[in-house]
Design a protein around this ligand. Structure first.
Ligand code: BDR
Ligand code: CA
Length: 312
């Protein structure tokens, strides 16, 4: 069976780090590289975090630093309440020796997609600045993009404003480019990721895996559960970004619905909202997205554990 070629574009971030762990070793996936973007933390910190995760887990793929800000507007403030001062508080990493790839993330995405003998799937789990820029800089990549499987948006309620989710509102113009690019978009919005709740019982289960991935998951999620409780009063926090990788490994773990989605870039109170025509009745525009609606929670955690066990 051919492996599905993917590029993970991320802003680690606790849930991004778990997504990296899952994407790197699974036999159904070939991780061509990791690109980083400003988001959960500054670009310097998200890049360092990606390098640390790769070094710790022995993941030998290029890591390329990308956009340090959104395409048009200033970045939102970083979210230290959830991800801590480093953007990845919790685990203690050994001194960093893994080198950054010198290519800019936008150029890496363009070169890698164009050079690939088969189509590539882009997996963005942070603001869409790198992907939007790559599409604008070299539109020829579009014909070689299989799908864009992203974490972002919500057809119900946001998490930064009542209307908008962080990855979309942080660079809404880039999201607009992505959703209008003509390639299939799979949207893991908050409606879906709020079903992937990482309760202490999940941490306990994964901690029984005595390998580097089990330890990393446990150290990350203990911190994450603590900040979710402190900040929002929740017992279990949503593990957003890994849902993208779980879907690539086994699409039957997530139910999707095709619909037209439009990004609000008007700058008003709903700026950054993913306006999803859920009932496909309000617009006659072609359906440009598969929006994820239901997670098979048991299957999802089984996939996460299957990925952890690959580090035995
Ligand atoms: C998204 O924002 C970040 O905090 C997470 O890593 C996730 O990608 C959720 O809104
Ligand atoms: Ca993220």
């Amino acid at each position: 069976m051919d492996k599905r070629k993917i590029i993970l574009d991320c802003d680690p971030g606790h849930d991004d780090a778990v997504a990296i762990m899952m994407a790197a070793r699974h036999p159904k996936l070939e991780l061509l590289g990791i690109t980083t973007v400003n988001g959960n933390q500054t670009l310097e910190k998200t890049t360092r975090n990606a390098l640390n995760v790769c070094q710790y887990l022995g993941i030998d793929v290029p890591v390329c630093k990308g956009m340090d800000r959104p395409m048009v507007r200033p970045a939102l403030p970083v979210e230290e309440r959830v991800h801590g001062e480093s953007g990845l508080d919790g685990p203690v990493f050994p001194p960093l020796t893994k080198q950054l790839d010198p290519r800019h993330a936008v150029d890496f995405i363009i070169e890698t997609v164009l050079a690939s003998d088969t189509n590539v799937t882009l997996v963005p789990t942070g603001p869409l600045s790198n992907i939007g820029m790559a599409i604008r800089k070299e539109p020829k990549i579009l014909e070689k993009i299989d799908e864009i499987v992203l974490m972002g948006g919500a057809y119900q309620h946001g998490n930064v404003t009542p209307a908008a989710e962080f990855n979309i509102i942080d660079d809404a113009e880039a999201a607009y480019v992505v959703f209008t690019c003509g390639r299939p978009v799979v949207m893991m919005g908050l409606d879906l990721t709020r079903q992937a709740l990482c309760y202490p019982s999940v941490v306990e289960r994964m901690s029984k895996n005595d390998n580097p991935a089990g330890k990393l998951f446990t150290d990350l999620m203990k911190f994450f559960c603590m900040t979710q409780k402190k900040t929002f009063g929740w017992e279990g926090g949503p593990l957003h970004d890994p849902t993208c990788v779980a879907y690539l490994i086994d699409p039957t773990c997530i139910e999707t619905k095709e619909m037209y989605t439009e990004i609000d870039i008007t700058g008003g109170p709903s700026h950054g909202r993913t306006n999803c025509d859920f009932f496909n009745l309000m617009t006659d525009k072609p359906r440009n997205s598969k929006v994820c609606v239901k997670l098979d929670v048991e299957k999802f955690w089984n996939i996460v554990e299957e990925c952890i066990k690959l580090y035995n």
